[in-house]
Design a protein around this ligand. Sequence first.
Ligand SMILES: Cc1ncc(COP(=O)(O)O)c(C=O)c1O
Length: 360
Amino acid sequence: MALEFSARVARLPSYPVAGGYAEQAPPVRLASNESPYPPLPAVRDAISRALAELNRYPDPSNSQLRRTLSDRYGVAQSRIAIGNGSCDILLAAGEALLEPGAELVYAWPSFSIYPHLGAASGARAIEVALDDDDRHDLAAMLREITVATRLALVCNPNNPTSTAIPLSEIAAFLDEVPPHVCVIVDEAYCEFNLLEDPDASIDLLDRHPNLVLLRTFSKVHGLCGLRVGFALCGSDQLPLALDQVRQPFFCNALAQAAAVEALAHQDEVIDRVARNVAERISVDERLRALGLAPAESQANFCWLQLGPERDEEAILRGLAERGVLVRGGGALGSPVPALRVTYGLPEENTRFLDALAELL
Ligand SMILES: Cc1ncc(COP(=O)(O)O)c(C=O)c1O
């Protein structure tokens, strides 16, 4: 006899995870926007030290991490939320803010987890098309905000299209959004955005108690295997509500120790961004030489529309056969054939470009 599940489970879309993780000899992994650089030696040492205390539960208030983040970003500890990855904060925000009859607004295509928030809560999700340059159309998003809206999500730079909008546009948007609407600006890739100082958005928090800046240790800090993210908030309202809907020990002890140590190494962050941006410039140039037109990336990955005549599935398969894993746009919401490709190490990028050239 089959188990009976809730209607909610039937509504939930499956998150399109990348493959390749179970393989013995890992292929070139350019499918999940990970950092190609391993955690720093000092971070690995901090993790080793924390191992000895694993018989204890982790600090449920994440106090050392919140204190370090507060010092680094100048945001009061009460306005900082920690998560088991920033995805955890997104899903908990959905649980805290949404219910049947409520609405949420986000751009599409955007991060694949956003559709879960509407499906899980029964709230109405309004997906607003990106503009012709694959960027958020904030004017169109604003037109969709009603008295029923509880949450607006702005992914900047946007996953999967890699594009960013200037902070001035986000500031103007926030001036128009009614104060009952929580606005989460998902800044998972902000360190790679050369349009802006990554910390410039923090000044907006003092003017907008409804604003949440969502960040992660998964990308530039290279710690996605540990799962830790954080939110800098305009008030303490969301952090308190998140704690109500989650289990107490959502952030493990190794992740807390690693994140605290990672914050002490800003020079390495700058160095890694510089190396990544150098690869971005070089890969995009070589893609253009192949006759392709990558979007203007401000992230650690590129977005490539392949043209209507090309077969996305065949190209994905061909790349995988040559040991290179990337993401197909179809699984990420693209209506046209496209690829999302993480910038990797120089030799990985060359493997990808050589394989793509052969397939085209
Ligand atoms: C836009 C965006 N936000 C959030 C995340 C989630 O990151 P994590 O849960 O690893 O912090 C990702 C991961 O790919 C992402 O692309």
